[in-house]
Design a binder for this molecule. Structure first.
Ligand code: BGC
Length: 464
């Protein structure tokens, strides 16, 4: 029945009533802390592997090469591996659930900012780990790395307590058949009585989702092609920015370009601080300027810095890796560009790499698609961490150009293929694909969501 109808927002978005209540803010802040453990783990790894006693104990061959020490002391390595595997499970679960939880809880107009609380926690976790590494590195013997690794117990406790006090999302209550409870919870979260329209859309989404028996097989359906593509490419691109080269190897990298051991850990603290502060910029701007603007600006900024770092390192280190007499100012300029690069990532691919997937998956495929997102992210984090040093040895300064190339690819990809998702309720998200010049071809058989239709003039309107 295309034709008349009540015009609604430019994206076809309905204006669900709702405020940024204290309740939703508190809930989201607590939930977002689930990112601390992920961040702590990322930050601790780089620093700990730069600590001599750690290398001596667990990786004596590496230590021997580094210091010509001949000790072969090696035990309890299994405990370390088992501990890290368990930690990996915890992080996987947190990354799977926290971004989705935040996006389901948040009023759609503040969804970006509230969701980025997760990335903010990641960056705070990294920074705290960097600072602790800096101080623990000064302790004699094995105490330093023990404290660094054991410190993960603090964010783990925060997650445990948080998960006990956090309420379920209305979506999840409806999924479990508690409709009335969901209705009153939605009222409480939004701080208004008039939640019927949003509630009905949640019910509709839940009914649609019940029709799907095999979310995994369903993901392969044509109509989910845009979401599947994003679930794979967004985390892949996020890692191909090269950010974890900085996060894991900043101390080693800074040591290589001429800082002492202590100063190089200190520089990691500086990049960690930039990471936290720049994330706040995206919290401020993501629902105002939009996701695309941040992606495109951040991408351009990272590109310029990567090329600059490649040039600076290339000029001094050449291909034989000998910088000769490297002036201090030179190393400082390189750190400065690395900081601007980190800032670019921290307000674009960092937060948006978690936000955008969490807001584009319809309920019926949400968990399956998010687990693809998390797995791809982790697999490429792992691969880059493993091959970075080998690549550095072969590509030399060209390594930065390698990542710069990928930043060009991903920025063009966003420009052409990623529609804007700011201020669109998740339940209406299908509209952005239906209106997209490329993705619309996969969506011909998909109806407009509950109560909406396309008018003769080409606008999305409410059915009358
Ligand atoms: C990424 C991590 C990265 C971190 C840096 C996260 O969004 O997933 O791989 O280390 O940002 O802040």
């Amino acid at each position: 029945m295309a034709g008349g109808g009540i015009p609604i927002g430019p994206g076809g978005d309905k204006a669900y009533p709702g405020n940024l209540t204290l309740y939703v803010t508190f809930t989201c802040v607590v939930a977002a802390m689930g990112g601390l453990i992920f961040g702590y783990d990322i930050g601790i790894s780089g620093g700990v592997t730069a600590m001599d006693p750690f290398l001596k104990k667990f990786f004596p061959s590496v230590y021997k090469k580094q210091s010509a020490d001949h000790s072969t002391n090696q035990y309890s390595v299994w405990m370390l591996i088992v501990g890290r595997i368990l930690l990996g499970f915890g992080i996987g679960f947190a990354n799977q659930s926290v971004p989705l939880y935040l996006s389901e809880m948040a009023p759609y107009k503040y969804r970006g900012s509230l969701n980025i609380g997760f990335q903010l926690s990641i960056t705070i976790g990294i920074l705290v780990a960097n600072v602790l590494n800096y101080f623990f590195n000064k302790l004699d013997g094995n105490l330093g790395w023990r404290l660094s690794l054991g410190g993960a117990v603090v964010p783990a406790l925060i997650i445990t307590v948080g998960s006990l006090i956090l309420p379920e999302t209305p979506n999840s209550m409806i999924e479990r058949g508690n409709k009335e409870e969901a209705r009153s919870k939605l009222r409480r979260i939004r701080g208004v009585d008039d939640i019927d329209e949003e509630f009905n859309d949640l019910i509709y989404a839940s009914e649609e989702s019940r029709k799907i028996e095999h979310p995994w097989r369903n993901l392969l359906q044509k109509k989910y092609r845009p979401q599947l593509t994003m679930a794979i490419l967004i985390p892949f691109f996020q890692q191909l920015t090269g950010i974890n080269v900085i996060m894991f190897y900043a101390p080693v990298l800074f040591k290589t370009i001429g800082f002492g051991g202590d100063a190089s850990l200190m520089s990691a603290v500086i990049t960690g601080t930039v990471n936290v502060l720049a994330t706040c910029v995206s919290i401020y701007g993501v629902d105002k300027w939009g996701r695309r603007f941040l992606f495109l600006e951040g991408g351009t900024q990272m590109l310029i810095c990567q090329v600059a770092v490649a040039i600076f390192i290339g000029i001094k280190f050449g291909v034989n890796g000998d910088p000769g007499d490297l002036p201090k100012w030179y190393a400082i300029v390189v750190v400065l560009f690395i900081c601007i690069y980190v800032a670019g990532f921290a307000w674009s691919w960092g937060p948006l790499g978690w936000l955008v997937p969490s807001e584009i998956f319809p309920l019926e495929i949400r968990s399956a698609a998010q687990s693809i997102n998390v797995s791809v992210n982790m697999i490429f984090t792992f691969i880059i961490a493993q091959v970075f040093l080998t690549m550095l040895c072969h590509f030399k300064f060209g390594l930065f150009l390698f990542f710069a190339f990928w930043v060009v690819v991903m920025t063009i990809f966003v420009y052409i293929f990623l529609p804007e998702t700011k201020n669109i309720p998740i339940e209406e998200m299908v509209i952005v694909w239906k209106k997209h010049w490329f993705w619309s071809r996969f969506m011909v058989d998909v109806d407009y969501p509950n109560g909406l239709e396309l008018s003769k003039g080409g606008d999305v309107v409410k059915k009358v």
